[in-house]
Design a protein around this ligand. Sequence first.
Ligand SMILES: [Zn+2]
Length: 488
Amino acid sequence: MKKVILLLVDSLMPGVLEDCMQQRTVPALQFLVDRGRYWSNCITSFPTMTASVDSSLVTGVYPDVHRVPGLIWFDPGEKEIINYVNGWKCVRKLGLSNCTKNVLYNLNEKHLSKQVSTIFEELAMRGRTSGSINAMVHRGVKKHRVRLPFLLNLSTRFRFQENISGPDIMTLGAMVQTDLQEIPKQIQGFKQLYGINDNYAISAVKSLIRSGNIPEFLLVYLPDNDHRVHKKNPNHAEESLIQVDKCIQQILNTFSSWDEALSQFIFIVTSDHGQTRIGNGKEFNIDLDSLLDHFKVLQLGEDVKDHDIVVCNNERMAYIYTLKPEMEEQILRRLLSESRIDIIATKENGGIRVKEGGSGREVYFKQNGQYRDIYGSTWIINGEWEVLDLRLNDGLVDYGDYPDALSRLYGAMYSQEIPVIVVTTRPRYEFKSRFYPVHLDGGSHGSLHKYDSTIPLIITGTEHRIKEPPRLIDLKHFIINIFESSPK
Ligand SMILES: [Zn+2]
C-alpha cells in the first residue's frame, strides 16, 4: 500500500494559498490540489499556537483531553510558568535550561496526557512504522537519544538522564536524529535554530526517500513560513509561500516524476494556524502589564509568593490565572473596561460564560443541551449569540467569525482544573507583556477568530473519506483509517 507524508506548514493560510495558485507561483501545491482534494475551511485547535495545536493533531482531541493548554501556561503543581520557547527574550528570562527541558522533555513525557494515545503510538500498535521530522509533539514507543549541541549544552544545567520517546524515525534538528545521512552541517547551527528549519526537514525527507528507509507514515514540520509571516504580515505572505513551495518541489523531484511520487505516496498538506495582520502603531498592542497594574502579576522567572494573578501571554490570546479567587470580580471589571479585548471567558458550573470587551454583552454555554452544532456536539446556549457570532442554520448551530467556537473554547478552558480567565484580542490587535515578542505591522496569532483558526487542507493520492467540514483533530483518525482499510 501507499505510504503517507503529512506536511505541516506553519502559518499556511487558505487565502494566501489561493492567491498564489491564481498567480501560478506555487506549482507543487497547485499539482497536489489538482490531483487531489482541497478544503479552504479546515479548523484548527485553540489557542492557535503550535504547541497546543500539534498536540491536537497527533492525539485527535482538543486540550481538555490532551492537557497541553497552549504555548505558555501556568502549572499550579510546580508553581511555574511553562514556556515551550517563544522568542529569545523569554528564553533569556527563564533560562535556556528551563525552556529546553520543557520543550524537549516535559511537553511529550509529562504534560501531554497519558490518557490519550498519539498517532505514532497507535500506528505502532497496528504494526505500522512512523516518523516525525522536527515536530514538537512526537511521543511514541521508541526511545531516542538527545545530543545537545555544544553551545546549548554549555548554557543548560539540565542534563538528559533519560532518552525521549518518539516514532521509529525521529529528528529534532541536530538534537535528535536517527540514522540520517547527507544532511549538511551548515543548516544545523545556532543561527539555523539547530536544524529546526525547512532546509533541514527537506534534506531529511529526501534522505529517507532515497535510502528507502521512509516509514509508512511521516509527519514533517516546516516552521520557516511562520517566522516570515510574523515579520511581513499576512497580506505579504505570498513570497514566503513561494519558498515553501520550492521545498515541496524538492520532495517531489526526488522521484522520477511528480506523478510517480503520487503512485507511491499519499500527500497531506495542512497548517497549524493562520495569522492576523497587526496594526502599525503602539495602540495595536494591548499592554497587559499596565491594564492589570492594580494587581500583583507573577512575571516570567519569578517564584510565586503573594501574587494575585499569573498572566500567560499567547500573542492574541492570554490565560489569566487568579491566584486569589476573591479578586476575580475586580480583575474581570478591569478586563471588561478594555474595548480592544474581544472576548473574556470564565468557567461557570461546568460551562463557560463569555463576555465581550467594552460592551459587556454575554453568552453562556455548556455541553449536552438541546442545540446540535455542525460538528455534531450538543450544547445549552443562553444569552446573546452574537457575542460568539453563533447562528442557527437548518436547525444546526453554525459558526461565523469564531469557527467551532464552543468546543474549542471549552477545550482550552477545561485543559486544566483550576480557575482561569481566557481573553482574546480583536482583529488587528495583540497582547503585550514584558519579555514577550510583539509584531506591530506584522502578523500574530493565538485567538479564536477565523483569521487565526482557518487552515487549508490538501489530500492527494487517496479517495478515502474524511469527516466534513474538516477539522485538524479529524486527521489522526483519517490517517489511521487509511492504514486499517488497506492490507499490509
Ligand atoms: Zn507563530
